[in-house]
Design a protein around this ligand. Structure first.
Ligand SMILES: *Cc1c(COP(=O)(O)O)cnc(C)c1O
Length: 369
């Protein structure tokens, strides 16, 4: 048996005819960039997240960059974020000329630890980017309280957590702005790159709509320097069909996670910890070795047909491109420990019982050797 981490095609198989029809319609109308499907998707995603506005852009990375630009983050500013995330989170900060400042994580949820944020705030700090890692929200009350007290903006990196609940709120509706990614492997995946910003602030939404088309609201008149980050109508049409299946897919992910939790809990691994205020969307199901590194089990699983990888093997403060920031090994010990002890196992809505059983049996075999 060979079980991949993701099954991107399964999302298509579930709604093939409707997706094909939606693409054909866009082709017939020849309305390719922004357009009615994009406006429709923006309304539907805003409603889904419980945010007042949504603005479609070309990728999740652009959603982060344009959020930072719209909030006025620029050269000389500092932005606090987590080192335990996909690179784009910090990259977007660097690309607007600001400096990422890394704060260590909570070892149980792997999300940024709010109690360590205060100590990293300087007179240059302008914003915090919490990442809702693997599919569950960071401790947003703690983060929003610090932001309010210190006059900072909060951008949620919601690339992995569309549909996650935090108390009575949805991810993407809590910070000043939030970035979604519809990269094909995400829980709601397009047929290429696509992203979106959600926000409750009409001024931010308007500003991003101008920034995504070269800083222009009137053709050939440019009020500021923006970029080209438009969302394709074809991508939006595909995503609108998939969005109708999305809650069903989330439920299947949760069921699969519950199965893994139940079958693995007696082994020397930590299953994902979900605090009572959260629901988890299980973009990734990540296990952690109780003692030692995950290198050997990752190797064993891959050799036996169960795809497994660390997420993420090098914390961002130790990336070569950030040498100049001056961090060294040991500075952010929880992120560094998590990066060697954690490993993801196959997770998607269409895992069969036989596949889940095989994953569980293979993990058990590793510990029985
Ligand atoms: C995927 C991802 C991004 C970037 O999204 P793209 O659409 O690939 O640009 C940013 N942050 C996190 C946490 C991600 O997982």
């Amino acid at each position: 048996m060979k079980i991949p981490l993701f099954n991107i095609r399964a999302q298509y198989e579930d709604a093939r005819h409707e997706i094909d029809g939606a693409i054909k319609k866009v082709v017939r109308e020849h309305d390719f960039v922004l357009g009615s499907e994009v406006r429709g998707l923006e309304d539907e995603i805003a409603a889904y997240c419980g945010a007042r506005f949504a603005v479609g852009v070309a990728s999740g990375t652009d959603a982060l960059i344009l959020s930072l630009m719209a909030l006025g983050i620029k050269e000389g500013d500092e932005v606090i974020t987590t080192p335990f995330t996909f690179f784009a989170t910090a990259e977007s900060v660097s690309l607007v000329g600001a400096k990422p400042v890394f704060v260590d994580i909570d070892p149980k949820t792997y999300n940024i630890n709010p109690s360590l944020i205060e100590g990293k705030i300087t007179s240059r700090t302008r914003a915090i980017i919490p990442v809702h890692l693997y599919g569950q929200c960071a401790d947003m009350d703690g983060i929003m309280a610090i932001a309010k007290q210190r006059g900072l903006k909060v951008i949620e990196d919601n690339a992995q957590a569309l549909g996650a609940r935090y108390k009575e709120k949805m991810s993407g509706s809590i910070g000043h702005a939030a970035a979604l990614s519809f990269f094909p492997s995400k829980n709601l995946g397009a047929f290429g790159d696509a992203g979106m910003i959600t926000t409750n602030d009409g001024c931010i939404a308007e500003r991003i709509k101008i920034l995504r088309v070269h800083g222009s609201s009137v053709r050939y008149v440019h009020s500021e320097i923006g970029t080209n980050s438009r969302l394709d109508n074809i991508q939006a049409a595909v995503l609108r069909v998939k969005l109708k299946c999305f809650n069903r897919w989330l439920k299947a992910r949760v069921k699969n996670a519950e199965y893994y939790d139940r079958k693995l809990r007696d082994l020397p691994v930590e299953c994902p910890y979900v605090p009572p205020c959260n629901t988890h969307t299980y973009h990734l199901y990540v296990l952690r070795m109780r003692s030692g590194t995950a290198v050997n089990i990752i190797d064993f699983l891959n050799k036996n047909g169960v795809e497994s990888r660390p997420y993420y093997p090098i914390p961002l403060h130790l990336q070569e491109c950030y040498k100049d920031l001056g961090y060294k090994k040991g500075d952010l010990p929880e992120a560094e420990k998590a990066s060697v002890e954690t490993f993801a196992i196959p997770m998607h809505p269409k895992l069969t019982m036989a596949q889940k059983d095989y994953v569980v049996k293979t993990i058990r075999r590793f510990f029985e050797r």
